[in-house]
Design a protein around this ligand. Structure first.
Ligand code: COA
Ligand code: AMP
Length: 633
């Protein structure tokens, strides 16, 4: 089929408001939008400022009302607990309206924040939707973060309630969430009033009297009393959730998502970008703690009336590198969305895809990749073994949905390996130099998006309009700074090559090297430090920390390095995957004192590098190279 992309993108360019007004017809509004965009509201404008709606209604109730109550909404497939469970839209509604009544009993209502600290179990989705139902703002925290990270988020969001599960399950170990949660509440200055604890059979949590409540009992009581909460009418611009993501310091950014614009954009994307019809089975193999999980495990598939897969497992090791093929076959999955690192993990373990021979993946039409740069090798390998189009697409926590992609629903465009293809309607993407002047095709520059951002993208950061402006809007006036660098080719295809700030991407997880440096610097023996992301064949990037010890420290370097590794795990969490700390005599700096991290990275990556003209003492680079060699890097 010839692609309609050019025509659709041109229609959006010609009249963006008409385009989004049309897309908004797909949503059930309590009061439909009369004003489509108000450029005077908020930091850079607001979408659908006068509309009234409820996201939970659109994700759940409307499908039941339309007679699709028996359709599977969620298929929970958990190889780590050997459990499978299918939840129909009707039973999802029953669970959500009952839990929403429980939340209301805790005095949680419109505008109140609720932290969700849960693994990949259906109750996490039920919890998110129950919040959405009553207008409470959820903030999901990924289970791989340590107590201190959780505490930072609690202090910023100031939740009334925490929804938690007793444990998560990683291959070979149970991650007990309760001690982490207790420690986080201890560390935080803004204490939540209550904790609703979902007890899992794999590890029960002890409850603090007066504060902690048993989830199952509370729900059973509400059900016995016939309590159900109806959908609260909300302004389209009211926040649906806050999701924290790494910023350039240790303090994460609270990305706000609104109700109306988010629904419109995600609903549009399911058909036009991903090519999915209601009733089909869509699988985003991510985690509900990340933006991909929010948008494409939870909200988009449900808003579209599709079936979503909630997979509690890994691409390898649960039990083997055939896990993804089993899930595709068993649940008739039509599209899989994951990070390239998952495919690199499978390829490493099973390079000839022997496991694939045991399964049929004939239901699969498309593989979508995002979260990090999709290296051409991995894309080609996936194309070869699966025999379906492999579609890279680029987006960020901030945007909540795709910026640049290949819209298979509009007719797929030719794939060019290394490029996520073209901008989606809503995004006017430019490549510019430092003075915000456009650069020629083929030349690298900063990637910016002309304001306003489309529906679904962040209107602001949680209670911090100023940080929103400073982080994204001041460097290139009139544009949103993506902090990614790349180029456009003569066909208009974009290439996203890497970040311009200190964010690194480890196994598709976004982490701040600045945040890690704060932890390294807190070690009593460390005088100075620098953290870089070095190339990693599995995870894309892996952090590497350089430390300079205080004078007079005589303890063995190896002991201190081990402590540093443990400290990052304790303070940030296992997800940081911080395994390499190297002691050096000094750090390479410019004459004005800036650490030359870029050149250190090239040395660690064994890439070609040239001596920066501004370096204080060229000999330091040799010392860095020797220290890395000594460490086996
Ligand atoms: N709770 C607690 N700990 C967690 C966790 C969670 N939810 N998720 C990960 N961790 C831990 C891991 O157990 C690991 O701990 P370890 O150092 O003791 O081994 C550590 O955090 C690092 O995890 P990860 O980077 O995921 O590495 P891994 O070796 O466990 O797995 C992959 C590697 C490639 C298999 C895995 O990253 C993966 O499946 N990625 C898929 C991509 C993805 O989900 N991307 C999200 C955005 S789309
Ligand atoms: P996150 O906010 O966790 O989704 O991470 C966003 C960052 O991941 C982006 O700014 C990019 O640096 C990187 N990223 C995400 N998707 C892609 C992609 N398809 N190609 C290249 N980089 C990507």
């Amino acid at each position: 089929m010839a692609s309609r992309y050019a025509q659709v993108y041109a229609a959006w360019q010609k009249d963006p408001q008409a385009f989004w007004a049309e897309a908004a017809r797909e949503i059930d509004w309590i009061e439909p939008p009369r004003v489509i965009f108000d450029e005077k509201a908020g930091v850079y404008g607001h979408w659908f400022p006068d509309a009234v709606c409820n996201t939970c209604w659109n994700a759940v109730d409307r499908h039941v009302k339309a007679g699709h109550g028996e359709r599977p909404a969620i298929i929970y497939d958990s190889p780590v607990t050997d459990t499978k469970r299918t939840i129909s839209y009707a039973s999802l509604l029953d669970e959500v309206e009952t839990l929403a009544a429980v939340l209301r009993d805790f005095n949680v209502g419109k505008g109140d924040r609720v932290i969700v600290y849960m693994p990949m179990i259906p109750e996490a989705i039920i919890g998110m939707l129950a919040c959405a139902r009553i207008g409470a703002i959820h903030s999901v925290v990924f289970g791989g973060f340590a107590a201190r990270e959780l505490a930072t988020r609690i202090d910023d969001a100031k939740p009334k309630l925490v929804l938690a599960a007793s444990c998560g399950i990683e291959p070979g170990r149970i991650v007990h969430y309760k001690p982490l949660l207790d420690q986080a509440i201890e560390l935080s200055t803004s204490k939540p009033h209550a904790v609703l604890m979902f007890q899992r059979d794999q590890g029960h949590a002890s409850l603090v009297a007066g504060r902690d409540h048993d989830w199952a009992k509370s729900v059973a009581n509400a059900r016995a009393a016939g309590q159900r909460a109806a959908c609260t009418p909300l302004k389209a611009t009211d926040p649906l959730y806050v999701l924290y993501t790494s910023g350039t310091t240790g303090i994460p950014k609270g990305v706000v998502r609104d109700n109306g614009g988010h629904m419109v954009a995600l609903k549009w994307s399911m058909k036009n970008l991903y090519g999915i019809d209601p009733g089909e089975v869509f699988w985003a193999a991510s985690d509900v703690g990340w933006v991909v999980g929010h948008s494409y495990i939870v909200y988009a598939p449900l808003l579209h009336g599709a079936t979503t897969i909630l997979y509690e497992g890994k691409p390898v090791g649960t039990p083997d590198a055939g896990a993804f093929w089993r899930v595709i076959e068993e649940h008739n999955i039509v599209a899989l969305f994951t990070a390239p690192t998952a495919f690199r993990a499978i390829k490493k373990e099973d390079p000839n895809a022997e496991h694939l021979k045991k399964y049929s993946t004939k239901s699969l039409r498309t593989l979508f990749l995002a979260g990090e740069r999709a290296d051409p090798d991995t894309v080609q390998w996936a194309e070869r073994i699966l025999g379906v189009p492999v579609i890279d697409h680029w987006w960020q926590t901030e945007t909540g949905w795709c910026i640049v992609g290949n819209p298979v629903g509009l007719g797929q465009l030719p794939v060019k390996h290394g490029s996520p293809t073209v901008p989606m309607p809503g995004y006017d993407v430019r490549i510019v130099d430092e003075a915000a002047k456009p650069v020629a095709d083929g030349r690298m520059g900063s990637i910016v998006v002309k304001l306003p951002l489309p529906p679904g993208a962040l209107p602001t950061l949680w209670q911090n309009d100023e940080r929103m402006r400073e982080s994204y809007l001041v460097d290139f006036p009139g544009y949103y700074k993506t902090a990614d660098a790349g180029y456009r080719d003569a066909d208009g295809y974009l290439y996203i090559m890497g970040r311009t700030d200190d964010i690194i991407n480890v196994a598709g997880h976004r982490l701040s090297t600045g945040g890690m440096e704060e932890v390294l610097a807190s070690h009593p023996d460390v005088a100075e430090c620098a953290v870089i992301g070095m190339k990693d064949s599995l995870k894309g990037e892996a952090p590497c920390g350089f430390i300079v010890l205080k004078s007079g420290v005589t303890r063995p370097h190896a002991d201190i390095e081990k402590e540093i590794v443990a400290l990052v795990r304790e303070k940030i969490g296992p997800v940081a995957a911080f395994k390499v700390a190297v002691t050096v005599g000094r750090l390479p700096k410019t004459r004005s004192g800036k650490i030359l991290r870029g050149t250190m990275k090239k040395i660690a990556d064994h890439d070609e590098w040239s001596m920066p003209a501004t370096v204080d003492d060229p000999a330091i680079f040799e010392e860095i190279g020797d220290a890395l060699k000594h460490k086996g890097v």
